[in-house]
Design a protein around this ligand. Sequence first.
Ligand code: AMP
Length: 189
Amino acid sequence: MDKGETRERGEMASQSPEPTRIMMAVNESSIKGYPHASISSRTAFEWTVAKLVRSNAAGFRLLFLHVQVPDEDAFEDMDSIYASPEDFHNMNEKDRIRGLHLLEYFVKRCHQYEIPCEAWIKKGDPKELICSEVKRVQPDLLVVGSRGLGPFKRVFVGTVSEFCAKHAECPVITIKRKPADAPPDPVDD
Ligand code: AMP
């Protein structure tokens, strides 16, 4: 590398003091009795820290987005009677608390690595909301996990990562779950 090139690189570095803002879409595990982040979300987070952030924590800002969908499981609880608006308020509250625990997990992990971060929750259709939040927040990059479903399951179950890769208005990295980590039903995560 000659002197001119070294100077050019130095100038480029000093011109970009802003951290790289990475939006990470994260969801809860669908495995019963496993109240944690999904396997694919955790895999995507660990990959981002190990391969992108590395030792440059101050050069990045991780933006965690969780989208809550109406909890179908709540209706499996046959002991509960939903008779008044307050009952539904309590159910929403339960959902909200679960979402907060999920974000707390990732925020705590970031603090361990000293990576600056933010986290927030939206309600609605995850794939649509992730894309509209990308438009609003304008991150440098979106990272999503993926269950790596085959073509048949992709059609019937749907995939969030594929939709985001197609429609999000920023570069997207999709991190596939390791086959060894896949639960017995690959639709679960
Ligand atoms: P896929 O297996 O293609 O459906 O993608 C799974 C990935 O989509 C997860 O690892 C998350 O990155 C993202 N994702 C799925 N559901 C949500 C959600 N409710 N909120 C935020 N991100 C989500």
